[in-house]
Design a binder for this molecule. Sequence first.
Ligand code: PLP
Ligand code: COI
Length: 341
Amino acid sequence: MAENNIDWANLSFGYMPTDYNVRCYYRNGAWGEMEICSEATINMHMAATCLHYGQEAFEGLKAFRCKDGKIRIFRMEANAERLQSTCRGIMMPELPTEKFCEMIKTVVKKNERFIPPYESGASLYIRPLLIGTGAQVGVRPANEYLFVVFVTPVGPYFKGGFSANPYVVIREFDRSAPLGTGVYKVGGNYAASLRANKKAHDLGYSCEFYLDAKEKKYIDEAGAANFFGIKNNTYITPESSSILPSITNRSLMQLAEDLGMKVERRQIPIEELETMEEAGACGTAAVISPIARIDDLEMNKSYVISKDGKPGPISKKLYDKLRAIQYGDEPDTHGWVTVID
Ligand code: PLP
Ligand code: COI
C-alpha cells in the first residue's frame, strides 16, 4: 500500500483526489459490468440529458476505519434504496441494491489508503452519482446512463465540528416545491438552494433554514440536512412532502426510541421552536449539527435554543451513540454496518 502524507486531523469537508473510482454503464436496457477506473474525468455527449434536463441523482455515505482495524460502511442498503426512489422520481433506470453495494465495497477497498485512521475522527466520504448520458434534445428520459462512485477523505462538515450553530429562516427562496423533487436527491434541489445558502452566509449565519413552501408555517429542512427538536423526552422531526428522507434522521429516531424517548413525525409550526429544549440538523456529513439559535428576521423573532452555544445532553447522547456504532465501538444491534476486513 502506497504511503501518503495527509494531515488527517485537519481535513475539511472537501474533495481530494484518490486512486480509483468505479463505473457502470446502462445501455440497451441493461446495466453492464462494474469497471474500475483511475481517470477522474467523464467524457460524454454534449446533448446528454444530465447536462440539459437535470437527469442526475447522487448519494452520500461514509466508511470508517475502526479501532479493530476493520472498515465499516454505514447503512449502504438504505442509500441504494433511496437512489432507487430518486430514479423512479426522475425516470432513470433503477440500479439493483446488490450492484450498488458491490461497487461501494470495491471502491472503498481499492482506496483503502485514503481512509482516515480511527484516532483522527475523520472518515471516507462515498459519493455515488447516476447521470443520463444518452443524447436528447426533446424533453424526455435518456436511453443511456452512467453510474459512478468516487470517494474522498473528509473531516467535519462545519468547521467547529460538534458545536452549536446559528441558522436563519429564508422566506425568499424555496429549495423544492410541495409536490416537487425535494424527496429525491437530485442536483437541481442543491442548485435551487445556493442563493438561500449564500444569503445566510452573507448575513453571518452558518446555514439557511427552510419553511414549507406552500404555507411558510411549518419547519421543513435545515439547509442540506433534516431538522429535529427535543422536548419532554420526545424526538420530534417534520413530516413533509418536500424534504429528503435522511438516513441519519431515521437512525436517530431509532436510537431515541432505544433510549426510551417518544418519537413524533409531524408538522412542526415554526413558533414551536420556543418550547424546544434542544434542536439539531442531521445528515451523513455532520451526523448532528446542534442548532444554537434560529432567527426569523422578517418576523422579528429569534428562537434561542442553546443559551450557552453548547450542544444539549440528549443531542450529545444520540451523537455519541451513532458515532460509536459507525466506528464499531458499540454493538450494531440494528444491523446497520457492513464490515470489511
Ligand atoms: N436533507 C438534504 C437536503 C440532504 O442533502 C441530506 C444529505 O444527504 C440530508 C437531508 C441528510 O440525509 P442523510 O442522513 O441520508 O445523509
Ligand atoms: C449530508 O451528507 O448531510 C449532506 O448534506 C451532503 C451534502 C454535501 C449534499
